[in-house]
Design a protein around this ligand. Structure first.
Ligand SMILES: [Zn+2]
Ligand SMILES: [Zn+2]
Length: 448
């Protein structure tokens, strides 16, 4: 499997004399399997040059599959300039996460409306098809692609490409589920030593990969002021990849404020960090034009990758959600975040009220505060798990306590997810969507 980076910048294209080494174009990575299948990971401004390169090659017509992590600008702005779209006969499949308020086609058409761009999407001569993906295993051009939700303030998918007896994993944009993990360097003991189930799942997703391409927008010094913006530090990327037994790690989604000298220093620091803990992993900062070959490495298929559920946009909207918090401001915030997705939000101010509300009408998902007077959230969770009717009801624990002990306790008591305050509204909405899509709860409230 061959990999070439066409865009390595995060957030916004950053051309200029300070970025010539690592590049100024936003996210775009070309992947070619030995069998000739072409996958394009994200369609940031780097896609313009990739498109030109594809057109200059002799193979015609061009058949390519674009795998969008999500539709933030820095991952789609190259799409209207991807020149193979302007040639009849080329076949381009665009895949991206389902679950945004609009279809993938509508979102991409939006940035090509006449106000913004002279050619509308319907006028493009190539044959373009759209495919909205959920979490799970998808078969594309004879290649096994597994998708998994990342932690970002929008529905965002990471992709695991298993081909040619090798594994490549692409993880942009993503931030740690819990800070408890990143200060506890025991990654070399394996994924189970990670505190938060979300970070454990993230590690398992990249298990045994020959190459992982990971978001590393911030330094550990920058991260505290950028928390909840949806991006990782190089330390987190190195730790998780090491826990997963990954061979090589390419850090990318470089911050627009970081010039070449700064990113070169990040690369040195990331390598020193890996060395310090004895991690057997090669680390580099990706740059435009970087060519990598993922050699066959007796790669394992993810054994437990579930088939993609037939969910769709409707499954994760318009659900009944119970918000349990003694703080009325927190309930109002949650209500604001969730009603935008068309959910019906019911509120409870304490544990007994919550249990009574569940008895009266079963919700599709519960958001549960931990620290409440009289009956704490963990106690409520324990009761819910002991009853057959609510044993698998999705419960998102929300708390100000993000220490490792509380995080572990939350999952041990049966939390479906664990979110620390303060959170942003889009973050909560995205976590609830992922939870609903994963459990398939929104499909049929009677199946539990
Ligand atoms: Zn981004
Ligand atoms: Zn983003």
């Amino acid at each position: 499997m061959r990999v070439r980076f066409w865009g390595t910048r995060g957030s916004i294209a950053t051309p200029g004399p300070g970025t010539v080494r690592f590049g100024g174009n936003t996210s775009c990575v070309e992947v070619t399997t030995d069998g000739g299948a072409c996958f394009i990971l994200d369609c940031g401004t780097g896609a313009r040059e990739l498109g030109a390169a594809l057109m200059a090659r002799p193979h015609r017509p061009i058949t390519a599959t674009i795998l969008l992590s999500h539709t933030h600008w820095d991952h789609i702005q190259g799409f209207p300039f991807f020149v193979p779209l302007f040639d009849a006969g080329n076949r381009i499949t665009v895949c991206g996460p389902e679950g945004s308020a609009h279809s993938l086609r509508e979102v991409l058409s939006g940035q090509m409306e006449f106000t913004y761009f002279p050619v509308e999407i319907g006028q493009l001569p190539a044959t373009i098809s759209f495919r909205e993906l959920g979490e799970g295993t998808h078969e594309m051009n004879g290649v096994r692609i597994i998708a998994q939700y990342l932690h970002h303030p929008a529905m965002t998918l990471g992709y695991r490409i298993e081909a040619d007896d090798a594994v490549l994993v692409y993880l942009c944009d993503h931030e740690p589920f819990s800070e408890a993990f990143s200060h506890d360097n025991r990654a070399h003991f394996g994924a189970e030593y990670i505190a938060h189930e979300g970070d454990r799942r993230h590690a398992r997703f990249m298990a045994g990969a020959g190459l992982v391409i990971h978001d590393a927008q911030y330094t550990p010094e920058e991260y505290p002021s950028k928390k909840n913006w949806g991006h990782s530090t190089y330390e987190y990327a190195v730790d998780v990849a090491a826990a997963a037994g990954v061979r090589a790690l390419a850090l990318t989604h470089h911050d627009p404020a970081h010039d070449d000298a700064f990113i070169a220093e990040v690369e040195d620091r990331a390598r020193a960090y890996a060395k310090q803990f004895g991690y057997a992993i090669q680390v580099c900062c990706a740059y435009e034009g970087l060519d990598l070959v993922v050699e066959p490495h007796g790669a394992r298929h993810l054994p437990d990758a579930p088939p993609a559920p037939q969910s769709g946009r409707d499954a994760i909207r318009g659900n009944r959600i119970l918000v349990v918090d003694d703080d009325p401001d927190q309930r109002t915030l949650a209500n604001l975040a969730l009603s935008q997705d068309g959910h019906v939000v019911v509120e409870a101010a304490n544990g007994p009220e919550a249990l009574a509300s569940i008895d009266a009408a079963m919700p599709d998902l519960v958001i549960l505060d931990l620290l409440m007077p009289k009956q704490g959230g963990l106690e409520v969770l324990k009761i819910l798990r002991s009853r057959p009717a609510t044993a698998t009801l999705p419960v998102v624990v929300v708390t100000g306590m993000d220490d490792e002990k509380t995080t572990r306790a939350g999952f041990e008591f049966g939390a479906t997810d664990f979110l620390t305050k303060p959170f942003s509204l889009p973050q909560l909405a995205a976590r609830v969507r992922a939870c609903l899509a994963r459990t398939g709860n929104g499909d049929d409230p009677t199946v539990r």
